[in-house]
Every structure is written in C-alpha cells, then in structure tokens.
Design a protein around this ligand. Structure first.
Ligand code: NDP
Length: 245
C-alpha cells in the first residue's frame, strides 16, 4: 500500500460515497486526514467511524466564506495541508433542451467553481511550504460526453482544463495538479440510475464489474504520495476500460 505517513490531506465531500472511501484509505495509509462535509455533524460522524488521526471540518464548496473558514481552521489545527482532494460534486441531469438555468448553474458551481475556490484558499500556504498535490475528481464523461448530462460533462471537462493550466502555472513551485476520472462507481449518486441504465453500463465495461470507491481511493493515494512526484497535469482514468481516452 502507498505510504502516506507525514502527509496531511483534506478531502471535500468526504462524509459519504467515494469521498469517504478516499478518506478511509488515506488514513489507513498513514495520512492525517481532514474529513469535510457540508454539515459538521456529518463530518464528525464519518471521522469517528474511521478513527485515528482524522479530523472533521464543515465545508460547503459553493460558499466562499465556508471555504475560507475551513482553510483557516484546518491549517490552524493541523499546521499544514500537503494535498487536497476535490471530490465534492453533484448531478442535475437533463437533456440540454430541458435543462433549467438553476440546474446548469448548480452543477458548474459545485463541481468546477467549488474546486477552484478550495484550490485558491490553499494555494498560498502550499506555495509557502514549497510543495503540494491537488487531486481533482472528474469523470469518464469529461472525455466521452454523455447525453443528458451537458452541465456535468462541461463542469468535469472544465475541471480537467483547470487542472492542466494550474499544473503549468505552479510546476516550478513544487505544486502538482492531477485528476482522477472515475467510470461507473457504486455510490448513492449512481444508485439513482435506472436498472436498465446500470445493466447497459456493465455490458460496456471490459473488466466486467462496476468500480468501487476503494478503486478510486487507491489512485488518489498514489497521486497524493511522493511515488507520483514526476507526474503533473494528468488525468488518471479509473474506469475498468469503459472508455480509453
Ligand atoms: P455522492 O453523491 O455519493 O457524494 C457526494 C459528496 O459530495 C457528498 O459527501 C456530498 O455531501 C458532497 N457535496 C455535494 N455538494 C457539496 C458542496 N456544495 N459542498 C461540499 N460537499 C458537497 O457522490 P459520489 O461519491 O458518487 O461522487 C464523488 C465524486 O466522484 C463527485 O465529484 C462525482 O462527480 C465523482 N464521480 C462519481 C462517479 C460515480 O460513479 N459515483 C463517477 C465519476 C465521477 P452531502 O452529504 O452534504 O450531500
């Protein structure tokens, strides 16, 4: 297993789903973990479930004040943050012709602007410590597109463009920016899909199974660790061969 001893890592939206699995694996790998959730109680509950060197903070990525407060509290309590995992995300699916403006805006704000807010809040401290790794959770659909998800695909593709741009801006300062792009992972988000949609996805996955949160978490742990110190600006696909970018 990747060794993350000595690393302090913050994961957004880590009270449940893939974010929780990421926090769990990072903690098992020896990291100090900041679990964040929109509700502090939810973060506390998740942190208590994992135990050990795991610390709960409230964080709503759509609220600039909440982001700044979380950064201040996390840096104050933990002393430093070596890596950030921008995992928080939502879907509001619809065909383009039926898409409401509020559903377009909510998905762009949560998945793209939210990640940028969090990155901006930690950029100066990471520059001061002359090192850091940012891992943005995107999606296979950023590369493949998906009918019925124009807002989500645009947000995730935007996040990949942002990642490449920041990788170039800060490579000379010791900061790395990468994405993990999951395919079809079993969580609350995908549980909302209809049975026939799930079956259709499964039929298209060459490795013959849906992904787990742990599959995604292992890729994140690698990118957070010094084992990936020569890797920046990349999109690591974790999709069982569903789409070969
Ligand atoms: P879930 O819906 O299971 O969990 C989403 C998490 O994000 C929750 O913890 C939720 O918190 C949090 N969240 C949502 N909005 C905000 C916000 N404004 N501020 C802070 N936290 C927020 O999703 P998944 O675990 O399935 O997805 C995690 C990430 O992986 C997302 O970015 C998603 O787009 C991506 N992904 C998922 C795939 C899948 O197959 N599941 C495939 C590809 C990518 P709360 O409990 O408060 O709602």
């Amino acid at each position: 297993m990747t060794n993350l001893t000595g690393k302090t890592i913050l994961v957004t939206g880590s009270n449940r789903g893939i974010g929780y699995e990421i926090a769990l694996l990072l903690a098992k790998a020896g990291a100090t973990v900041a679990i964040t959730a929109r509700s502090l109680d939810a973060a506390k509950e998740a942190a208590a479930k994992i135990g050990g060197d795991v610390h709960p903070f409230a964080l709503d990525v759509t609220d600039a004040d909440s982001v700044d407060k979380c950064a201040e509290e996390a840096l104050g309590k933990l002393g430093k943050v070596d890596a950030i995992v921008n995992n928080a995300g939502i879907t509001r699916d619809n065909l383009a012709m039926r898409m409401k403006k509020e559903d377009w805006d909510a998905v762009i704000d949560s998945n793209l602007t939210g990640a940028f807010r969090v990155i901006q809040a930690f950029l100066r401290p990471m520059l001061k410590q002359k090192g850091g790794s940012v891992i943005n959770i995107t999606s296979v659909v950023a590369a493949s597109g998906n009918p019925g998800q124009p807002n989500y695909c645009a947000a995730k593709a935007g996040l990949e463009g942002l990642t490449r741009s920041l990788a170039l801006e800060y490579a000379g300062k010791g900061l790395r920016f990468n994405c993990v792009a999951p395919g079809f992972i079993e969580t609350d988000m995908t549980a909302a899909l209809k049975e026939e949609q799930r079956a259709a996805f499964l039929a298209r996955i060459p490795l013959g199974r849906l992904g787990s949160g742990e599959d995604v978490a292992k890729a994140v742990a690698f990118l957070a660790s010094d084992d990936s110190s020569y890797i920046t600006g990349q999109i690591l696909h974790v999709n069982g061969g569903l789409y070969l970018a």
